[in-house]
Ligand binder design. Structure first.
Ligand code: ASP
Ligand code: MG
Length: 459
């Protein structure tokens, strides 16, 4: 059995849904369980509409509603599906509109309501696709994952819970599969123990697919997307970038963390546990073998696999000679950051202990500076801490590859390349996993840096 997940662009219009239908037929012998993301742009629009409703912008959300409605109705018509489907989809659209009206009246939205609304895109597309498969003569049925996928109640970023989900899956979906039916399942959504709809975070359909892969002991999980696999670099920056044939779970984890949109960051865990391989495949180029991701420790010594970057970041620097040897400063810095819910992307502290610097998203930075100044008010007054400095518009570049581990000279090569190309390195960090070397540069130098590193380390 194989779990196949198709992302938003793969199901973005009638033409694409036909392609996906062809792919499913081609692999029917693999007994696929199909997981779908919402049609491209739909989740974004559901979230935007909710924000417009909250802001009291009725014309705005009505327009959003209309665009979502048209997208689905046109798809149903173009695929020549049963008109009764229009009213079924209409019910979902109506509930979205009613929720928006309620939010407009209240002037506020809760994380719960937002999850309920943003889950609608998946609910609509699975019905459309199952109906299309029926039309092609395939015994297919759609399933809403909240029937069986139980999660934590962390709305907007929920985690699946195995035991309960497994039992429910066996009750709700298994009988259909045992009859030889094909299940088309909503990605992204689940239900908390107290019965509320949750979502697994943006891009969460990957996690639905890998979680199901685990529950079903799938042979493999196939993630169908719109590129030929995991690339050696972002092809928009490096035209010479090429797809990688194989990668290990740890490498993909590093890549996803550092900005490559490979897979939802938490989606590999369910597979690592059971050693189930993932393939990244291209819906637009289905004959291409794509990238296979396995535990695979067939390490190629010294090999750099991919260069990634994240832009629009800020480097924060807490400095002061009075920090020397005083325990607890770092703990207080990071406690303050976590209380603000900000995510730290990279940390570096020199052993002189006179500064702690770390990188966060630019939009979170000012708020953090203010909170840190407050937290260290006394130390700043005493001049133990000089201040909290902020450097905007920086980027992190990461050089990733499991083969870098224990190979001397990689860091030397990386920084020789940046030096030769006149790129100033602002801060450096290497995880002790040695699977990546990451460093901070001025945002304007990203392209040059990524290009030259790719040329000399990969091409
Ligand atoms: N539709 C959801 C999103 O856009 C989930 C997914 O695409 O995986 O985030
Ligand atoms: Mg998506």
């Amino acid at each position: 059995m194989i779990v196949m997940k198709f992302g938003g662009t793969s199901v973005g219009n009638p033409e694409m849904l036909r392609r996906v239908g062809d792919i499913v037929i081609r692999y029917l012998h693999e007994k696929p369980v199909v997981v779908l993301s919402a049609m491209s742009g739909v989740t974004n629009r559901l979230i935007e509409g909710t924000e417009l409703a909250e802001a009291g912008n009725r014309d705005g959300y009505l327009e959003t509603y209309e665009s979502i409605r048209m997208k689905h109705l046109e798809t149903i018509r173009e695929l020549g599906l049963d008109p009764s489907l229009e009213s079924e989809i209409g019910d979902f659209l109506n509930s979205v509109l009613n929720l928006w009206k309620a939010i407009e009246a209240l002037g506020e939205v809760t994380p719960r309501a937002l999850d309920l609304i943003s889950s609608m895109g998946e609910r609509m597309v699975v019905r459309i696709f199952a109906s299309y498969l029926n039309k092609l003569g395939i015994m297919a049925k759609s399933f809403d994952a909240d029937e069986f996928l139980i999660t934590t109640d962390t709305h907007g970023n929920a985690c699946p819970i195995y035991k309960e989900s497994k039992e429910l899956f066996h009750k709700k979906v298994m009988p259909w599969l045992e009859k030889g039916g094909l299940a088309v399942i909503t990605g992204f959504l689940g239900r908390s123990k107290n019965g509320r709809v949750t979502t697994l975070g943006r891009g969460g359909s990957d996690l639905t697919a890998t979680f199901l892969g685990n529950l079903l002991d799938a042979h493999e999980v196939w993630i169908w997307t719109d590129v030929d696999g995991v690339m050696t670099a972002d092809p928009r920056v490096v035209p010479e970038a090429r797809p990688l044939e194989e990668l290990s779970f740890v490498e993909v984890a590093e890549l996803s963390y550092y900005g490559a949109k490979v897979m939802h960051p938490r989606s590999l865990l369910p597979l690592m546990e059971k050693d189930i391989p993932v393939r990244i495949l291209n819906t637009f180029n289905p004959d291409f073998p794509g990238t296979i991701i396995t535990r695979g420790t067939k390490r190629q010594r010294g090999v750099v696999k991919s260069i990634t970057y994240i832009k629009d970041l800020t480097l924060l620097n807490v400095t002061g000679r009075g920090m020397l040897g005083i325990p607890g400063i770092a703990a207080r810095v990071f406690k303050t950051v976590s209380e603000k819910g900000a995510n730290i992307l990279m940390i570096s502290q020199s052993s002189s202990e006179q500064n702690i610097c770390f990188v966060v998203k630019q939009r979170e930075a000012q708020n953090l500076v203010d909170s840190l100044k407050k937290e260290f008010e006394l130390e700043i007054y005493r001049r133990d801490i000089e201040g909290v400095e902020k450097l905007d518009d920086v980027a992190i570049i990461s050089v990733v590859g499991a083969g870098m581990r224990g190979t001397p000279g990689i860091a030397g090569r990386v920084f020789t390349i940046t030096g030769k190309n006149g790129i100033n390195v602002i801060a450096i960090a290497q995880g002790s996993s040695e699977y990546n070397i990451s460093f901070v540069v001025d945002g304007r130098e990203v392209e040059k840096a990524v290009k030259s590193l790719h040329r000399e380390l990969i091409e």
